[in-house]
Design a protein around this ligand. Sequence first.
Ligand code: C5P
Length: 290
Amino acid sequence: VSAVWKAPAKLNLFLAVTGRRGDGYHELQTVFQLVGLYDRLRFEPLSGDRVERVGGLPGLSPEEDLAVRAAWLLKRRCGRREGVRIHIEKRIPAGGGLGGGSSDAATVLFALNRLWRLGLSAAELAGLALELGSDVPLFVHGRNAWAEGRGEILRPIRLPRRWFVIVDPGRRVATAEAFAAPELTRNAPRRTMAGFLRGGPDGNAFEAVVRARYPEVASALDWLRRFGAAGLSGSGGCVFLPLTARRDAEAVARRCPSQWTAHVARSLPRSPLLWRLAAEERRHWGVAKR
Ligand code: C5P
């Protein structure tokens, strides 16, 4: 069994829906922040044309699992006949708007591209990523981003170092349903990355929809707002609060009501996938570490 690959979570620091498209998707604008809360994946070579999964999300069949689907997609596109057993240790809450399934899928694309020496470029991986889901390209891109389109048009953005308290109220929000809600604001004015960086806008288009349908998420948001400017990530149900100091984040997390789960995670400047690639390249070229 090969080394462990860490798949990070994301938060949406801001999210607006600016239009509805003809293909069943919406145009959005969002800011993706990568955070240090990780699922852990390992890859074991198998003989035969098969993909197996060990671990992962209880109740999610392998056929529905984006990580397994990512491996099959790669096998089909590259005509590979070897097998793989994917070991997945879940830590990122599922259905929480933290992108856990998408991050696992991106990690599979990235890792198998290396392990099977497929030689796919970043652009080719990004194309496969988008076939799997709107949030997958972000994790292949591996940097914090201002995103538009379905979420796949990504521009790197510099975000301050911070600590996040992430509260999981234990409610899974179905993303497709949240997008389909009649009361969702779908015609938000388009904003600029520069405007966001100047100190606004923030907020999340799904907040009103999710608050009305998931009172538990509304309670968690209200509780976290006692400590600062908390927000909803993606279509929820996880909520988060950015803070400067780790100690403050830990203090808030300790006070989290027992029916919910609190995590403390640091902001990441980039995904561990990119660190790993850089480290491999240094080894390959024999460049001394500075
Ligand atoms: O792309 P993904 O499979 O993650 O999207 C799940 C569902 O969320 C889509 O089927 C669509 O209904 C909705 N969605 C959307 N606009 C986006 C992303 C997702 O309407 N930009």
